[in-house]
Design a protein. Structure first.
Length: 256
């Protein structure tokens, strides 16, 4: 009888939802709701709110003005007594299009770098002249970027977006009609590609890019259509000048 009384008086199971920002700090005042349900729940100062744990599959959405929404799917089994906990991360919504590196405390907008060309009749080098202004210190984990664009997902795929580690070439051998000769380059050129995951967020314009591995110190750049390849053909010159750019950044060594 006592056991039945305790069960009857116990609180029904809930889904505990914690909403944090890109830096794992709680977001107060975020709105959480179940898809197709109008009722909303607001997070407290700890970024926490509770929703009824209804049996079945729950599609949960969290959002707040100035942030990109996040989404999670929770399955509640029949006779489940303890409920579940869900953690949703909201990234600040950038005002303008571009690439934004997620630093330890804030975003770092990547600036465009003009791609320069050094070529002869038989050899072509594409690269960036100057060291990028944007730099990151490693956090001991894969790098994250927010990419805001007006292109659709299919249009982005056709652009063949790449992230390349760059190497600095002070000079290189260029072949002309009279044979090879060493010429001054002073360019950062693509060396090897860094693999990354490309994830669409709960918006029409923003995407999350996460490298598969931690980036080693060095200079990197996002570029499309392979236009930063060290010995690419003259396809770069066929593009409008506004598209002859890459988005470089530097990964710096750990702070001492």
């Amino acid at each position: 009888m006592l056991a039945l009384l305790l069960f009857a008086c116990s609180d029904p199971p809930t889904v505990e939802v914690t909403v944090v920002d890109a830096w794992d700090k709680p977001i107060e005042g975020a709105q959480v709701r179940q898809e197709t349900v109008t009722e909303t729940f607001t997070t407290d100062a700890a970024g926490v709110t509770h929703l009824p744990a209804e049996v079945g599959t729950l599609h949960l959405m969290a959002g707040k003005d100035g942030y990109i929404k996040d989404f999670a799917v929770v399955t509640i089994l029949e006779d489940e007594e303890e409920g579940q906990a869900v953690r949703l991360a909201l990234y600040p919504e950038p005002e303008n299009t571009g690439f934004y590196g997620v630093g330890p405390k804030e975003y770092h907008p990547l600036e465009e770098g003009k791609i320069e060309i050094v070529k002869s009749e038989m050899t072509t080098y594409h690269g960036i002249k100057n060291l990028p202004k944007v730099g990151f210190h490693p956090e001991g984990q894969p790098a994250r970027f927010i990419f805001k664009t007006t292109l659709s997902n299919n249009e982005i795929k056709r652009q063949d977006l790449k992230l390349s580690k760059l190497t600095y070439l002070d000079e290189a051998e260029v072949t002309g009609l009279l044979g090879p000769e060493m010429v001054k380059l002073s360019l950062y050129v693509a060396d090897e590609d860094a693999e990354f995951e490309f994830k669409g967020l709960q918006s029409q314009d923003e995407y999350l890019i996460v490298t598969q591995e931690k980036l080693e110190p060095g200079v990197y750049a996002f570029h499309a259509q392979d236009i930063l390849s060290a010995t690419a053909d003259d396809s770069l010159e066929k593009l409008p000048e506004s598209m002859q750019v890459a988005f470089p950044f530097e990964v710096k060594g750990a702070k001492k």
